[in-house]
Design a protein around this ligand. Structure first.
Ligand code: 5GP
Ligand code: MG
Length: 176
């Protein structure tokens, strides 16, 4: 069996750039003068955070955390295990969690709950891709780049077995 390879382009580089610019305008409008903490979820959100932060001409702090990688990164109780935690205190801050994709919703729901326990002023969520058809738990996604069908995707941060995060677009995976 040959190793799975990227298939067709689902979201092109130019479409991503245009949508990131739109999201940047919406977030800028919503947050205005408030000093924001962008919380990127490693490793998948790296390209998205890098592009999105440059589309936000407002005062902000960027930080990252890593959810543990067993299962969906959560336990059945919905508690997320942080393999790497933030380095800033988010108490009294406005927080925007930025992730690559929401699928079942467990990861983002648990992360949101974890960060809300630290008494921030607000916690919102922003994802590049939303597989709405796969949701198992309700979680509000405040900013969505693209809604996609239930297909496994790679590229623009998303990996298969550690590969293909560096693709500039989002592609399907062939051969799984
Ligand atoms: P959840 O199911 O908790 O919403 O998503 C858990 C994680 O699964 C996501 O953060 C992402 O890392 C991974 N994931 C979900 N769907 C895909 C996909 O189509 N491709 C890749 N590479 N990862 C995915
Ligand atoms: Mg992820």
């Amino acid at each position: 069996m040959p190793a799975p390879r990227p298939g067709y382009v689902l979201v092109a580089e130019k479409e991503i750039a245009a949508r990131v610019a739109e999201l940047g305008r919406a977030i800028t409008r919503d947050y205005g003068e408030t000093n924001l903490v962008l919380v990127g979820v490693l490793q998948g959100a790296i390209p998205f955070v890098a592009d999105l932060m440059r589309a936000l001409p407002i005062d902000l702090t960027v930080d990252f955390l890593r959810a543990s990688s067993y299962g969906s990164g959560t336990t059945s109780s919905g508690t997320v295990h942080l393999a790497a935690d933030l380095s800033v205190d988010i108490a009294d801050r406005h927080v925007l969690i930025v992730d690559d994709i929401v699928d079942t919703g467990h990861t983002l729901a648990a992360l949101k709950r974890e960060l809300e326990a630290r008494r921030p002023r607000s916690v919102r969520t922003c994802v590049l891709l939303d597989k709405t058809g796969r949701r198992e738990i309700e979680v509000t996604i405040d900013y969505v780049g693209f809604t996609i069908p239930n297909v496994f995707v790679v590229g623009y941060g998303l990996d298969y077995d550690g590969l293909y995060r560096n693709l500039p677009h989002v592609a399907t995976l062939e051969g799984i």
